[in-house]
Write a protein that binds this ligand. Structure first.
Ligand code: ADA
Length: 562
């Protein structure tokens, strides 16, 4: 499954994933392991491939004639794509989609081959052994689209503000002409009972043609945590009086603003009760089927949480579709965890970060659940060089999206040089676990510093990680380290102390479930080769901490004024 709804009625699309592909490992020692595997899926979850690093090839066939577009939603870490034996695309970036068009295909059956590489290489600046597992393979869906002479690349919808029951919105449609001749075309968008006809334009033969308009939409109900109402936005491309393409998405009418030290959703100050979540599962790796994602979200809601931070990369659109429907606020972040200044100076680092940001925002722009963009978790924000990267990336985000605030989770206590740059100051703290101090002390002192020498001014303050380790089933009356008892005890203190802080928008628990960590560098310091700070274990079995979170979060309203 690619999305939770039909994205085209006019364009002829076919999911190429959701079935078995021919799989050939390309590394030495695996020659006899040629087999059929399910796509999407993770390499490491195939029997005998738990620690595979390197290239592997995936092949399938499709039928087509004329112009096609292939969209791959996620291949880790690097992909080479071949159609009928010809290399037609290369892409680095495990967590963002990419696409390619081919013209004049002869009628018949065609071969698609994807070579995926999950090795750690110098030129893959964002992937390194880490406190999570960077899985390999075709981990998200693959779609084939049969196109006509032009098509809609995407449509972005921005609800700006509401005025006497009428929403003022912006619509931007980006179209590409695939033919050799310029042609006049119109884009007509149906949304919430309103038809928006965009000024006809000549579709250029080089590059894209952009349609933009501001429009008023009457009577739409706002999207919120309690009423996550979605509307279908159906855009049609009309050429010579004929509808030749369409592009359908779901949107929500809502605003996100910063007002002094608060984050406002539709004008109301929110209280963030969140979880950090990795895409990780012992059976599926990062390629969780939609049913498993939905189960995670059910547990998260059951504990009274209202937000998820997609640590530490952009997530599958199925996850975002579910969050849109379930009224869960999403902090979506680019792909970078713990990259210190030396590695930030890798010649590929900045361009690869920017590529991920571009891919993430372009693809996920319309999801009403995303209320903030995050970048560069715990990277080199204490250095002048690091600051130039933070600055460039915030600028890029603001160019691509003015409707959402920005942030970044830091751990560079009293040394961070970047607190003036984002809209929200976010900090990862581990009182009672890595630090002896109380949460009140740690967060309080930090906040004082942010508001003064830290240069963060009066901005909203969020605790972006807080938590403690506990191994499922290890019960110990003396509350030993790694016991469920100690984890529950620490979390309770952390949650109660942070929630009592007036000048703090809220917190994200590290983390929802236990996750596998890299064998290199990390497994040695993590029992069971897992980061065990989940409130459920890797199989989603609740630990004692689950009930503590449910009690504390359950008693706290979603908005701060209540
Ligand atoms: C960091 C980091 C997380 C995780 C966590 C931990 O703050 O952002 O990815 O590694 O610490 O468990 O120590």
């Amino acid at each position: 499954m690619i999305r939770l709804f039909e994205t085209h009625h006019v364009r002829d699309t076919e999911e190429l994933s959701g079935k078995l592909w021919d799989f050939t490992p390309m590394e030495v020692g695996y020659e006899d392991q040629v087999q059929k595997v399910m796509v999407p899926g993770c390499l490491e979850n195939l029997p005998g491939f738990g620690n595979y690093r390197g290239y592997a090839s995936y092949e399938t066939e499709f039928e087509a004639e004329g112009t096609i577009r292939l969209e791959l939603k996620g291949v880790s870490h690097f992909a080479k794509v071949y159609v009928d034996g010809e290399l037609v695309a290369e892409h680095y970036g495990s967590y963002t989609p990419f696409s390619l068009c081919r013209k004049q295909l002869k009628k018949g059956v065609h071969q698609l081959k994807v070579e995926a590489d999950n090795a750690f290489r110098e030129e893959y600046a964002l992937d390194m052994p880490n406190d999570y597992m960077s899985y390999g393979g075709i981990s998200r869906g693959v779609v084939l689209e049969r196109l006509r002479e032009a098509y809609i690349q995407y449509v972005h919808f921005t609800p700006l503000y509401q005025e006497k029951g009428e929403w003022v919105c912006e619509i931007e449609a980006v179209c590409e002409n695939l033919s050799e001749v310029p042609a006049k075309a119109e884009v007509i968008v149906q949304i919430a009972g309103t038809e928006v006809r965009m000024e006809p334009q000549i579709l250029k033969t080089e590059g894209t043609t952009i349609y933009r308009t501001q429009t008023k939409i009457n009577g739409a109900t706002a999207w919120s945590m309690e009423t996550p109402l979605l509307y279908t936005m159906d855009a049609k491309l009309v050429l010579g009086g004929q509808v030749i393409d369409d592009w359908i998405d779901r949107v929500g009418f809502r605003t996100v603003e910063i007002c002094k030290n608060q984050i406002l959703l539709n004008g109301r100050a929110i209280r963030v009760k969140g979880f950090c979540r990795h895409e990780d599962h012992p059976q599926y790796g990062c390629a969780l089927p939609v049913e498993a994602i939905a189960y995670d979200l059910k547990q998260i809601k059951d504990m009274g949480a209202n937000s998820i931070r997609t640590t530490h990369y952009p997530n599958d659109e199925l996850f975002l579709d579910l969050c849109d429907e379930m009224g869960i606020l999403v902090w979506e972040e680019n792909h970078a965890r713990g990259i210190e200044v030396e590695r930030m100076q890798n010649p590929y680092f900045e361009s690869q970060c920017e590529e991920v940001i571009r891919g993430m925002i372009t693809a996920h722009y319309n999801h009403p659940s995303i209320y903030i963009w995050g970048i560069l978790n715990e990277c080199g924000s204490e250095s002048e060089y690091g600051r130039t990267c933070y600055q460039a990336q915030y600028e890029l985000i603001r160019k691509l999206d003015q409707s959402r605030p920005t942030t970044s989770a830091s751990c560079k206590f009293y040394k961070d040089l970047c607190q003036d740059l984002p809209d929200v100051c976010s900090w990862n703290i581990y009182p009672y676990w890595y630090e002896e101090k109380t949460a009140t002390e740690m967060a309080g002192n930090l906040l004082k510093w942010i508001r003064s020498e830290g240069n963060g001014g009066e901005k909203p303050f969020v605790i972006s990680e807080i938590g403690a380790g506990g191994i499922y089933g290890f019960r110990d009356p003396s509350h030993d380290i790694w016991s469920e008892e100690l984890q529950a005890e620490i979390l309770e203190k952390q949650l109660r102390e942070i929630s009592a802080m007036e000048d703090c928008v809220g917190l994200y628990i590290w983390q929802f479930c236990d996750v596998r960590v890299s064998r290199i560098d990390w497994a040695i310091r993590r029992p069971k080769s897992r980061n065990n700070k989940g409130v459920v274990d890797e199989y989603r079995r609740p630990k004692m901490a689950y009930h503590v979170v449910k009690e504390v979060f359950g008693a706290l309203p979603d908005y701060r004024e209540e």
